[in-house]
Design a protein around this ligand. Sequence first.
Ligand code: SF4
Length: 178
Amino acid sequence: MSDNRSRKFIFVPFCLMAQAYQAQGIVKYDWKGTIKPIMQLLIDNEINIIQMPCAESLYKNNLIREPKGLSKYNNVEFNNHCNDLTETVFKEIKNIINSGYEVIAILGIEHSPSCCINYIYTNNGMEKRKGLFIDKLFNKLQKENIEIPMIGINRKYINKSIKELKSIIGKGSDVNVK
Ligand code: SF4
């Protein structure tokens, strides 16, 4: 039975919708709750938004934590925790695809040791690699031959992130990106 629903989905990091999940001291930009320009773009374009779990706050069972780089999280326990989260998110992605809908992108947060797509914070500057959680999700999707674009949201260069996202939203559809 047809209805008015959007058939497009996007997976976003938990903190894109809830900045209070970020480590202490790094919510420095204009948006205090959601990262508004990104959320607004998704809402205006009628995209179903799925919030992925926040690996770091679930690991500590607490939202309050110091900002830490890759070396502080890259241990067996945290990696196993990220593997579990990956399985949960992967099942959700499969459900959506099996239902005939489209996952247009997975978003990350640049520099996060768990959720970055391009550059990770290492306690000693930046390194080019994916975050621990996103990397596992990427590998799982690759193994299952599922291709979904990943975009790293960079709060400092938000216009660049918006441009990248707009190009994905417009791809393969007649939709005028708002
Ligand atoms: S772990 Fe991911 S979802 Fe959680 S605060 Fe860091 S970037 Fe956001």
